[in-house]
Design a protein around this ligand. Structure first.
Ligand code: ADP
Ligand code: MG
Length: 393
């Protein structure tokens, strides 16, 4: 998706005020009634209506008058809210080129005031997966709080929390700088995704260091669950960095063994095909032993001494709760299940997500002048969101 950040420059304080009002309204309205936006934004002399027109022109909002007159945020509108918050916090001053299009994200370079370049990941949970299937419409309908704003924000929170915790434990991951809404800012990794690398000086060493990380993760109670050549970066010194954490699970997950074996298999398969590695030899060459490995040289999940408390202990501290984990995991696994029996009928993601009608957001701080009953109203709607989510399960 194109992110025309020049638009940021032309947006006024009032524009952001109205955009934020729509975001708040989306906590309990799929389409926020125009009149409600006006009441939340509280601009003088009917200013809201003029601003709404401007935001619509820049595609930050979508207008819908099918049931009543109202608006909702577009991805772009949500992007701008997060970017504006980051800029206000002094996290970065400029957005540069796009450096990655992931399955469920867009990655951009951003620059700090001193010229340091960082990476910004905008989560788009559901972008790929929602493209299919009517059954998913049903799936979503039963989980009305699971819309894209909520899920993308949860994915960003999880990614940030895991990156921080992994960094603390000495794993080779980017430095987690900041997060807001669906956006995570982290250090820019030098090098390339492994999938782009055709030759290595020391494929055996690189292979062993990657497998070593899978094992070490499990020892710390975690499984990456998407550990492959797309999510491993490698630099000119053949040093690896792992990225992309929203789908990680605990070793106590009921499918842990399967996820672990799948991660291991991905790496084995890639090195076998791309670098012609024959594994038993390489393992014996390197440490002279095959302890904890099966006859094909693969690490055995059952033989790893695993500590399962990692998720609870470290992640709770970062604001990512067990409930958040349950919510995001339920979504990811639901997706995986319905992927296996999906037809490929195209359904526009954003339209599809309109079916969902509640969302949790993170914007009250932007309307710092709002007080009294309105902020109380916000709390109430947040509670309503949460309880409606759990009741329907
Ligand atoms: P997704 O969850 O959508 O797969 P990823 O986190 O894997 O997103 O990022 C997609 C791509 O963006 C990566 O394959 C990589 O090329 C690039 N990328 C992501 N994070 C960084 C980073 N910190 N530094 C440099 N490139 C990155
Ligand atoms: Mg990825």
């Amino acid at each position: 998706m194109k992110l025309d950040v020049d638009v940021l420059r032309y947006l006024s304080k009032d524009d952001f005020r109205v955009l934020t009002a729509v975001e708040l309204g989306m906590r309990n309205h799929e389409i926020v009634p125009t009149e409600l936006i006006d009441r939340i934004a509280r601009l003088k002399h009917g200013g809201t209506y003029k601003v709404l027109k401007n935001l619509l022109k820049h595609k930050l909002l979508h207008h819908d008058s099918s049931k009543y007159d109202g608006f909702r945020l577009t991805y772009l509108g949500y992007d701008f809210l997060a970017i504006k918050t980051m800029v206000n916090k002094g996290v970065f001053v400029a957005v540069g080129r796009q450096i990655g299009v992931g399955k469920e994200s867009d990655i951009f370079e951003v620059a700090r005031e001193d010229g340091t370049v960082l990476a910004m990941k905008l989560h788009r949970l559901g972008r790929v997966s929602f493209r299919a299937v009517k059954s998913k419409r049903d799936y979503l309908r039963h989980r009305s709080s699971y819309n894209w704003l909520y899920l993308s924000r949860l994915a960003a929170l999880k990614e940030f929390a895991f990156m921080k915790a992994l960094e603390t434990h000495g794993f080779p991951v980017p430095n987690a700088v900041e997060h807001n809404r669906h956006c995570v800012v982290m250090s820019l990794v030098q090098g390339y995704p492994l999938v782009q690398v055709k030759q290595l000086q020391n494929p055996e060493t690189v292979f062993e260091s990657i497998i070593g990380q899978v094992v070490r993760l499990a020892e710390h109670g975690l499984i990456h669950c998407d550990f492959n050549e797309f999510n491993i970066m490698i630099d000119d010194d053949e040093k690896i960095t792992m990225i992309d954490f929203p789908q990680m699970v605990s070793v106590s997950h009921r499918n842990a063994q399967m996820y672990f074996d799948r991660d291991v298999e991905c790496i084995f398969k890639f090195f076998r095909k791309r670098f012609n590695l024959s594994f038993q030899e390489s393992i014996d060459d390197i440490d002279g032993s095959d302890e904890g490995r099966d006859e094909a040289g693969k690490p055995c999940f059952s033989e790893i001494e695993r500590s399962a408390g990692f998720l609870d202990r470290e992640l709770a501290a970062s604001g990512f709760t067990r409930k958040d984990e349950e919510n995001i995991q339920r979504f990811i696994e639901g997706e995986a299940e319905s992927d296996t029996n999906s037809d490929s009928e195209g359904v526009d993601l954003v339209e599809d997500l309109n079916e969902a009608d509640t969302v949790d957001g993170d914007s009250s701080h932007l309307l710092e002048q709002d007080e009294g009953d309105e902020s109380q109203g916000k709390e109430e709607s947040r509670e309503a969101c949460e309880s409606s989510g759990s009741e329907k399960e």
